[in-house]
Structures are given as structure tokens and as C-alpha cells.
Design a protein around this ligand. Structure first.
Ligand code: GUN
Length: 281
């Protein structure tokens, strides 16, 4: 039976560290401020945004939410972002994804001042991540790396397999694992022999968005399993890993809920403090 990686407790420890940083900034007369923009009424997005706002509140970070209607035009959204870019009291800007189809997501991401891009989605910040420079790292991949390190797990020299190649999780976590000197393979919906790779992997990151996708017979005994999935079934919330059987084979496994989710939010708080202190590009 593998050990459970308790993301909830690890994230709480990170938040305690951040709380101290917020207090010291406040002593200097600076209060960190994160603005979150939500366009439309996607129920999952509303839940995520509310958790982010609640976490800011807990840490003493000012958080402001702009809820824009589903019919907001791209130019209205871009004008709002420009106003926030210019506002020196705003340190971090986050536009919750997905956006309605009539809005060009890439154009919106690229309109955010890279120095306020706490999601780490701006191409400048992605480029800086790829070249291993100091920058805002995307929160979920950053949280996964932090989770592995805080659990005392070695990444260097390990064979890591990433299942999924989304812009938000799959692609960047592969890059961050490579930056930590892992050997990395990406598998995705067009990969024909995924299990041939996962059966060799020391670390498997599962971010495919399919309930209980990774099965125990696809995992090497002793592997480390990180589950990024959030699937809402009638029976409740489940990850992308068939948890109970896989946990029998793995050495370490992150649960859903209580794994990667709380880490993602903690790293958003970390990035907000980094933005407040000022990143030098
Ligand atoms: N939607 C799902 N995950 C994320 C995230 O990390 N950031 C933003 N902005 N939107 C998301």
C-alpha cells in the first residue's frame, strides 16, 4: 500500500509561509492584490474562482472579482485588462479559463502585463520557464513539483511519463520535470502504446480528464503517481487514476480531492506575492 501525498496539509504549510510574507509586506505599507476576471457562468469555474478568493482572504491578500456576462465582447474584456495593467495597486491579474467561444483566448492571455501574469500563461513567461529563468510558473505544474519536493521525493534522473498535453497542465509539467533533470515522455490521445511507457515510469502525472483512466496493471510497482483529474461522477469527485487498485502498486499517490487541487491555489498565492514584490524580467 503506497503512501498518500497529503496535498491539503502540504498546501496549508505553504499558506502559513505566505501569511508571514503578507504581514511583512503590509508592514512596508504594501498590500498584495489579486484581481480575478470570470466571464460567463461556467459552474466549475465559479467554484474554482470562489476558492481562490477565499484563500486570498485567509492570507490577507486583497482580492477583487469581476464577473462579466457571457455576452461580454472581446474588446470589452481587453479594455478591462488594460485598465488593470495600468493600475499600480493591482499586482496580479487572472482571467479564469475557459472563455466563451467568441473571445480569442490567446489574444486575452497576451494582453496581460507579463509582470502581473500570476497564471504564468503569457508566452514571455512560458519562454522564460522553458529556458529555466526566474518567472511565474503555471500554478498546477508548479504545485506538483512543490508537492514532490516537499514529500522528499527525488526527481533528478527519474523517468517521468506525462499523460495529457494541455497548455495548462500537461505541456508545462513535462517542461518543469525536465528542468528538474527527469527524463520525460508525453503520451496523449494519439499515442498508440501508452501502457508501454507508463509501465516503465518512476513518476506518472495523469492529466487526461477521464475518470479512473490509469489502471493498476499499467503501473510499475513502486511508482509515484500524481493525479490531476477532477471528474464529477454521480458517486462524487474522482480523479484520472483508478485510485484504490493503483494505490496498492504505487509507492506514493496523490488523492482526489485533497491532492493537487489545494497545491494549485497555494501556488497562485505564492505567485501573487512574487508579483507584489516585483519580478524583474
Ligand atoms: N481553468 C482551469 N485551470 C485554470 C488555471 O489554472 N488558471 C486559469 N486562469 N483558468 C483555469
Amino acid at each position: 500500500m503506497g503512501k498518500i501525498i497529503d496535498g491539503k496539509t502540504l498546501a496549508k504549510n505553504i499558506r502559513e509561509e505566505i501569511k508571514v510574507e503578507v504581514l511583512s509586506l503590509k508592514e512596508k505599507g504594501i498590500t498584495p492584490c489579486l484581481v480575478v476576471i470570470l466571464v460567463g457562468n461556467d459552474p466549475a469555474s465559479e467554484v474554482y474562482v470562489n476558492s481562490k478568493m477565499r484563500c486570498c482572504h485567509e492570507l490577507g491578500i486583497i482580492s477583487e472579482q469581476f464577473k462579466l456576462s457571457e455576452t461580454t465582447t472581446e474588446s470589452e474584456l481587453l479594455a478591462k485588462i488594460e485598465q488593470l495593467n495600468q493600475d499600480p495597486s493591482v499586482h496580479g491579474i487572472l482571467v479564469q479559463l475557459p472563455l466563451p467561444k467568441h473571445i480569442n483566448k490567446q489574444k486575452v492571455i497576451e494582453s496581460i502585463n507579463p509582470l502581473k501574469d500570476v497564471d504564468g500563461f503569457h508566452p514571455i513567461n512560458i519562454g522564460r520557464m522553458m529556458t529555466g529563468q526566474d518567472t511565474f510558473l503555471p500554478c498546477t505544474p508548479f504545485g506538483i513539483i512543490r508537492m514532490l519536493k516537499d514529500s522528499g521525493l527525488e526527481i533528478s534522473g527519474k523517468y517521468a511519463v506525462v499523460l495529457g498535453r494541455s497548455e495548462i497542465v500537461g505541456k508545462p509539467i513535462g517542461q518543469l520535470l525536465l528542468n528538474e533533470n527527469a527524463t520525460v515522455t508525453y503520451c496523449h490521445s494519439k499515442t498508440t502504446n501508452t501502457a508501454d511507457f507508463t509501465r516503465l515510469a518512476d513518476i506518472i502525472i495523469v492529466a487526461v480528464g477521464m475518470a479512473k483512466y490509469l489502471k493498476a496493471d499499467q503501473v510499475k510497482p513502486g511508482a509515484i503517481i500524481i493525479d490531476v483529474g477532477i471528474n464529477r461522477l454521480e458517486a462524487g469527485l474522482v480523479g484520472d487514476v483508478d485510485f484504490t487498485p493503483v494505490s496498492e502498486v504505487a509507492s506514493y499517490i496523490s488523492p482526489v480531492p485533497g491532492g493537487v487541487g489545494p497545491m494549485t491555489i497555494a501556488m497562485l498565492m505564492f505567485n501573487t506575492i512574487k508579483a507584489t514584490k516585483g519580478l524583474t524580467l
